[in-house]
Ligand binder design. Structure first.
Ligand code: OGA
Ligand code: NI
Length: 357
């Protein structure tokens, strides 16, 4: 059975809908009342923690311990934080975002060359999930693989803008390096040897992919979402948000907090695979994206994932008689099928994976 052959309905580019100048959005994009951004739960003021990583690799032990502690608190209490002085070149971050803004402003024919299918999701897409009649999100995206090398295929990366491949190659390299450093911090904070979490991800053979999100202007931002509430299915996500338009909201208890991005920061969040590996010491957190009537928004979500064909289960050292394993093993290949079939569904998937003992 291959249910992921093709989309159940003809694809409509949200950007084209937005550009057509409609003042009322099609019913397919209207969320049921309880999911609308204006209603429930409330949006409150505040921000996720901001952590300066300079000094993480330095000599000063106290300074380093302080950074580790800030990350530890952020992982436990938020599952989301921003990092500054993280080692990725600020100019490269700007260039990466600009390259993709340019891509989405190419004529539709140029983008359609990369139209994706639900089989691998690689390329230019406009929906997540293949359920016929589903209510859709107000966004288009581009999805590509960066690692493992066997899945990295330049033919599936845009040829235009001309420097896209080159910029994204270097961007991927620097972001993967940062992810490797963060993995060590998380591992140490879990009381494990620094390489333990990375090894549980499959060591050298991890996966990494990029989803560039494009949120066109929306004439009815009160009833639509750019991306419905979800937790990220993978390991660790590093998000490069738009530099002048907000939209990402993170769930904190019963509220939604709108993230205010710091200049040249990455937004880091814990995905479901780290929730599973850490036996829920760290939890992935629900987030969503609102849309804007006058501004479009671009973001780059880089997903650092475990090797896709190894069983992922709570790390042995984090399992004890008083804290038994909360999850049964599953490969990431198998796990990600849920999102690929059903689209974003809050924390439904990871919660339903609990082992029942
Ligand atoms: C994602 C995501 C947030 C954003 O791509 O998984 O949560 O701000 N993106 O675009
Ligand atoms: Ni996400």
């Amino acid at each position: 059975m291959n249910i992921l052959q093709d989309w159940p309905e003809p694809i409509v580019r949200v950007q084209s809908l937005s550009n057509s100048g409609i003042s009322k959005i099609p019913d397919r994009y209207v969320k049921p009342p309880l999911e609308r951004p204006s209603i429930n739960p409330f949006s409150v003021d505040g921000n996720i923690p901001i952590i300066d990583l300079e000094g993480l690799s330095g000599e000063d032990e106290n300074f380093r311990a302080n950074i580790l502690n800030q990350v530890s608190v952020a992982c436990r209490e938020w599952g989301f934080f921003q990092v500054l002085k993280h080692g990725v070149s600020p100019q490269l971050m700007d260039r990466a975002r600009e390259v993709w803004r340019e891509f989405f402003h190419l004529p539709m024919e140029a983008k359609q060359l990369y139209a994706n299918s639900p089989k691998t999701y690689e390329g230019y897409g406009s929906r997540l999930g293949v359920e016929k009649g589903a209510i859709l999100d107000w966004s288009d995206y581009y999805f590509l693989h960066y690692l493992p090398c066997t899945l990295k295929d330049y033919n599936k990366w845009p040829a235009l803008p001309v420097n896209c491949r080159e910029v994204m190659d270097e961007y991927g390299k620097q972001v993967v390096e940062l992810c490797g450093r963060l993995m060590k911090v998380l591992s140490i904070n879990l009381g494990l040897p620094e390489d333990r979490l990375q090894n549980a991800f499959g060591g050298e053979n991890i996966g990494a992919c990029l989803r560039v999100n494009f949120y066109p202007k929306c004439p009815q931002p009160d009833v639509a979402l750019g991306l419905s509430s979800h937790s990220d299915p993978g390991g660790l996500t590093l998000l490069l948000p738009d530099d002048h338009v907000t939209g990402l909201q993170v769930r904190k208890d019963d509220n939604w907090i709108t993230v205010k991005p710091a200049s040249h920061a990455f937004i880091v969040n814990i995905g479901d695979q780290i929730q599973v590996l850490s036996n829920a010491i760290y939890r992935s957190v629900e987030h969503r994206v609102t849309v804007n009537p006058v501004e479009e928004r671009v973001s780059l979500a880089f997903f650092y994932n475990p090797k896709s064909d190894i069983p992922i289960a709570p790390i042995e050292e984090l399992v004890s008689p008083t804290r038994p394993a909360l999850y049964t093993p599953m490969t990431f290949d198998e796990y990600r099928l849920f999102m690929r079939m059903r689209g974003p569904r809050g924390k439904l998937q990871v919660e339903s994976r609990k082992s029942h003992k």
